[in-house]
Design a protein around this ligand. Structure first.
Ligand code: AVI
Length: 329
């Protein structure tokens, strides 16, 4: 099976409306109930995620920003070996905030490269392209509004530049472990020997730091999680009472998984009009909504090895919270 948007960065407008309906129909009949985090990102969910990235507890974005800023010259050296042109293919580019550090630096150094942002949200991609054209009019751009693997397939037909795939922001952490392996295997199939993948992995650390990142004091993560119910109300004519559900997030340092849940604060029944479905909830019953996996170095090296890559670059922030890792095909 093809993985497309399992990273959780799916965007509302572009996921088929029936995908949400299918997810709700099957997910809310399971025990325990579950809904995939890929449905978090409607317009409001995307806005809340931007806010999360600025929350003091959500260290991930700042750590990765520091890494890219500190090591941009080292990264350029790895990407542009032998002065070969390269194509930066960014999967799930979004607003490209962190990537702009690299683009600006590479442009200053007159690097011979093309930037190919791939995103399933047309709006995000359009905004990004307008912004990039303004900032760097000479930047070669090859944007793709597409599914990750379709985009990779088409890109490989078009040029002989070295591919450098960017998969930043710990999006890989939102994959189930077997899907992460499948993802790198598919990348391996679509790339040529010598091509690179730069992935942002959130590392295992003091559990309290991780716990706080998903339980911010301002309640942004809570609103982000609950927004999924608001989306279902709007798109599937449901009547979830948001005040009768709570956000609960737990980090298990033994498995490295942060898990998000919505908790029913009373026994209640919810109607989902568009599906002609009635969903009963017990007091305290949960809906599992997200996994955010944290990795050890050994797990990352093992992932590379299992999927036919070698680790050729390992960059961390000064606290050792996050790693941007280069895999070579
Ligand atoms: C997009 N993804 C990497 C975020 C994460 O940390 O798993 C989504 C998120 N969920 C709660 N806070 C942020």
């Amino acid at each position: 099976t093809r993985l497309s948007l399992e990273s959780g960065r799916g965007d509302v407008d572009t996921i088929m409306p029936s995908a949400l309906a299918d997810e709700v129909r099957t997910g809310l009949q399971k025990t325990p109930k579950r809904l995939s985090s890929r449905f978090f990102y409607d317009a409001e969910g995307s806005r809340l995620f931007q806010e999360i990235m600025h929350a003091p507890e959500y260290y991930l974005t700042r750590s990765e920003y520091e890494i890219l800023d500190t090591y941009k010259a080292d990264l350029l050296r790895q990407f542009a070996t032998d002065n070969r042109p390269f194509e930066l293919v960014e999967l799930g580019a979004g607003d490209g905030l962190k990537t702009k550090i690299l683009l600006g630096f590479f442009a200053d150094k007159n690097a011979d490269f093309t930037y190919a942002p791939v995103d399933i949200s047309v709006d995000a991609l359009d905004e990004l392209v307008i912004d990039l054209r303004q900032k760097w009019p000479d930047l070669r751009l090859n944007p793709r509004h597409d599914d990750y693997f379709n985009a990779l397939e088409q890109l490989s037909e078009e040029s002989d530049a070295r591919r450098v795939v960017l998969f930043l922001g710990s999006n890989i952490g939102n994959f189930a472990p077997e899907d992460a392996i499948d993802f790198y295997q598919q990348l391996h199939d679509h790339l040529q020997p010598g091509d690179l993948v730069l992935t942002g992995f959130d590392l295992q650390k003091h559990p309290a730091v991780i716990h706080a990142a998903y339980n911010d004091k301002q309640g942004i993560t809570r609103a982000f999680n609950l927004n999924l119910l608001r989306r279902i109300n709007r798109e599937l004519d449901a009547n979830f009472d948001l005040s009768a559900f709570d956000h609960y997030e737990v980090y298990n340092p033994e498995t490295g998984e942060a898990r998000s849940y919505l908790v029913s604060q009373k026994a209640q029944t919810v109607q989902i009009g568009a599906l002609d479905m009635t969903v009963p909830f017990d007091y305290g019953e949960i809906i599992h909504t997200e996994i955010s996996r944290k990795f050890t170095r050994a797990q990352i090296e093992n992932l590379a090895q299992q999927t036919g890559f070698s680790v050729t670059g390992w960059f961390t922030d000064c606290k050792g919270y996050f790693a941007d890792v280069v895999f070579e095909r």
